[in-house]
Design a protein around this ligand. Structure first.
Ligand SMILES: *Cc1c(COP(=O)(O)O)cnc(C)c1O
Length: 230
């Protein structure tokens, strides 16, 4: 029996996306395979997520704490899981030490809570700082002109490790947003040598993100099809 039964489209989508990423890497002289593909699992059935893992996906992105807790035991254990959604401080306890990277730290308060619970567990939690590059009021993420101050405070916390930056450019944003984010990231990397991950790019713009230095693209609907709810 075909393990992909009914999920052949997932295999086709992943092949196409990996091809596109390879083309984008080649187009700007980046090493083949240097960009990591994350499958974003929100609203997706665990069976479909496992089909993606069967097609070679090694990284899953979780948005919602509750949904993650309900689904995690049904995922194949071989994939790495990272948290990419907005995280409330009262939910940090479900996530710290459970995921390899938290992409969405945008305040000292959230960083401090992650640090406190990581210390309690005797671990160091890897994090990214989320930047609101489009300056959208409704979006999470720290404003670019407040980033340096946030990073300074986060870097003093002993049980978190700043691994880089994450951003969600506004839908249909021009290349300027991506370029601006790349500049900010390069600057941060110079200051914090371990901060080598730029998490940028989704289904609609991953090729553009690769052009501007993304090392990790987060793709949901491009792999699994359109979501029924947001
Ligand atoms: C949903 C989501 C994605 C993936 O979005 P698609 O457009 O479906 O690829 C990526 N990053 C974050 C933070 C998300 O919430």
């Amino acid at each position: 029996m075909n393990a992909l039964n009914g999920y052949e489209y997932i295999s086709e989508n992943i092949k196409r996306i990996l091809y596109d990423i390879g083309e984008a890497e080649a187009a700007c002289g980046r090493e083949q395979g240097s960009v990591r593909l994350m499958a974003v699992t929100k609203t997706v059935a665990p069976e479909a997520v496992n089909a993606a893992i069967g097609c070679g996906v090694t990284l899953l992105g979780e948005n919602r704490v509750q949904e993650y807790l309900e689904k995690k035991d049904r995922y194949l254990p071989t994939a790495e899981v990272q948290f990419i959604g907005h995280l409330q401080t009262n939910k940090v306890k479900y996530i710290v030490g459970e995921v390899s990277l938290i992409h969405s730290v945008d305040s000292v308060k959230l960083g401090a809570e992650i640090d406190r619970l990581a210390a309690k567990k005797g671990i160091v939690q890897d994090i990214l700082a989320e930047v609101n590059i489009g300056g959208e009021i409704s979006k999470s993420g720290i404003a670019p002109d407040e980033l340096a101050e946030l990073l300074e405070q986060l870097s003093e916390m002993k049980n978190i490790r700043l691994k880089g930056l994450m951003t969600i450019p506004p839908p249909g944003s021009s290349e300027h947003s991506f370029e601006a984010m790349q500049r900010i990231f390069e600057d941060v990397k110079r200051r914090y040598s371990q901060a080598d991950i730029l998490s940028m790019g989704m289904s609609a713009d991953y090729s553009l993100a690769v052009k501007y230095g993304s090392g990790l693209v987060r793709v949901g609907s491009g792999i699994f099809g359109a979501r029924k709810y947001i």
